[in-house]
Design a protein around this ligand. Structure first.
Ligand code: PLP
Length: 466
């Protein structure tokens, strides 16, 4: 019988101290940060769940690889290792290295996009949408309807609505479609997996209409875990082979290596079509760097090549997915409204359900983000109307479909007792839920406002005189 406790399948060789701030100190830190945790200093944070991006702990093998990094300007050995690792994993011949995911997106989508073009996705990640819209094109999200019900159990809630995809391709005319982008796992929609069956269906629709099909593969290993455990026919297929099969259905892939490549910086895109690669390569050289390093140093490329191998280790993936699920299960049992089932890299809290008394234009998600920081020094991100809200002509908020708060778990960084602490903080959050007030925005930029917006806590409304 295997033991029920799933331990971290690694030992710790190097540690980073955490400053244990007091609640009073955190109140001052948060005020100074304009109530936007993106503006906090990291030493002011106890548990950092802001993102799983670039926050992974590298392995001893990766650190050894750092020393092996070949810093040659052209034809670096480390580049050849990274290129080979990506070609073997994805099956795509043409690999273009970039300093991170959004640089790959900017190059590829500014080439495929532009005015009059439209992109469809299960959900465009925020930088994906921003790059597409910045090119003048339109980005339309078409997740399956089940994804909009935060408590509905569905094994592949990250799937794309393929019926709608075909209707929309015909409506917009295939020649105006920049690309269909499948985000695996679906980050903004809850870290939910995408099935192989759904990917096959998308692939055949794209082939039928001659539309480019791109996989945003930031969390491809985590997605493969779910396919093996939830989709019939894949029980005995290795995680790597599942990923390989998924790539074989697409024309290309974009990756932020800061996720499942287990590194702190890096990205790439890889495409089947040499003509497309050639067209993008010029833009790569103008803005990122020569085609054998993009925006990366040799040591980064070395660590990516190793990380892409380590991430498919079955013991690692089991620990990774199960520990995220453990946090979600505990919160759910306590009565915290969370997105179900729990996704691969994050637990999403439904802040609208937690704080039903806070109007949507007073941002219940931001209220929870601030509370978690004040009470426990936990930093996390709002994924709701702050991130995706728009305004109508009268500057009235058009809220996002959901107001979620994301607790994103860095890879190989926190232990079980850190997670137990977070669970305890939530007991306090639940106790105080009815007292919590909303926030107003006092400053915001035009694009990606959640990174730099300023907020102000709202005072209690004066009771109406009878
Ligand atoms: C992180 C991420 C990106 C952007 O990558 P960066 O490395 O942050 O620029 C794109 N798509 C998805 C799904 C992501 O999670």
């Amino acid at each position: 019988m295997p033991f029920k406790t799933i331990i971290e399948p690694f030992k710790i060789k190097s540690v980073e101290p955490i400053y244990m701030s007091t609640e009073k100190e955190r109140g001052a830190f948060l005020k100074k940060a304009f109530y936007n945790p993106f503006q906090l200093r990291s030493e002011q944070v106890i548990i950092d769940f802001l993102t799983d991006s670039g926050t992974s702990a590298m392995s001893a093998r990766q650190w050894a690889g750092i020393m092996m990094g070949d810093e040659s300007y052209a034809g670096s050995e480390s580049w050849h290792k990274m290129e080979k690792a990506i070609q073997e994993l994805t099956g795509f011949k043409n690999v273009l290295p970039t300093h991170q995911g959004r640089a790959a997106e900017r190059i590829l989508y500014s080439h495929l996009g532009g005015k009059g073009k439209v992109f469809f996705s299960n959900t465009h990640f925020d930088t994906t949408r921003a790059n597409i819209e910045f090119s003048g094109a339109e980005a339309i999200d078409i997740p399956i309807p089940e994804s909009k019900d935060p408590e509905l159990i569905h094994p592949f809630k990250g799937n794309m609505d393929t019926t709608l995809l075909e209707v929309l391709i015909k409506k917009y005319d295939p020649k105006n479609v920049g690309a269909v982008i499948l985000t695996v796992t679906n980050n903004s929609g809850g870290g939910q997996p995408v099935s192989m069956a759904n990917t096959k269906m998308i692939s055949s629709i794209c082939k039928k209409y001659g539309v480019t099909f791109i996989i945003d593969c930031c969390r491809i290993a985590e997605n493969s875990y779910f396919v093996q455990h939830r989709e019939s026919g894949y029980e005995n297929t290795s995680y790597r082979d599942i990923a390989h099969e998924m790539f074989s259905l697409a024309d290309g892939a974009v990756m932020s290596a800061k996720k499942d490549a287990l590194v702190n910086m890096g990205g790439f895109f890889a495409v089947k079509d040499s003509g497309l690669a050639e067209a993008c390569r010029s833009l790569l050289i103008i803005t990122e760097g020569f085609s054998t390093y993009g925006g990366l140093s040799g040591r980064d490329m070395e660590a990516i090549a190793i990380g892409l191998e380590e991430v498919f280790d079955p013991d690692y993936l089991k620990y990774r997915i199960r520990s995220t699920e453990y946090l979600g299960e505990k919160l759910h049992k306590m009565g915290v409204p969370i997105m179900l089932p729990v996704g691969g890299h994050a637990v999403y809290i439904n802040s609208r359900a937690l704080y039903p008394h806070i109007p949507l234009d007073e941002y219940p998600g931001q209220a929870l983000v601030c509370e978690l920081y004040l009470k426990g020094g936990i930093r996390c991100a709002e994924v709701g109307s702050v991130m995706f809200g728009k305004y109508d002509e009268k500057h009235k908020l058009i809220p996002a479909p959901m107001d979620l708060v994301r607790l994103a778990i860095p890879r190989r960084v926190y232990t079980q007792s850190h997670i137990e602490y977070v669970i305890e903080v939530f007991e306090k959050i639940l106790k105080d839920r009815s007292k919590i007030k909303g926030y107003s925005i006092t400053y915001e930029p035009e694009f990606l406002r959640h990174f730099t917006a300023h907020f102000e806590p709202l005072k209690s409304k004066t009771p109406v005189q009878k």
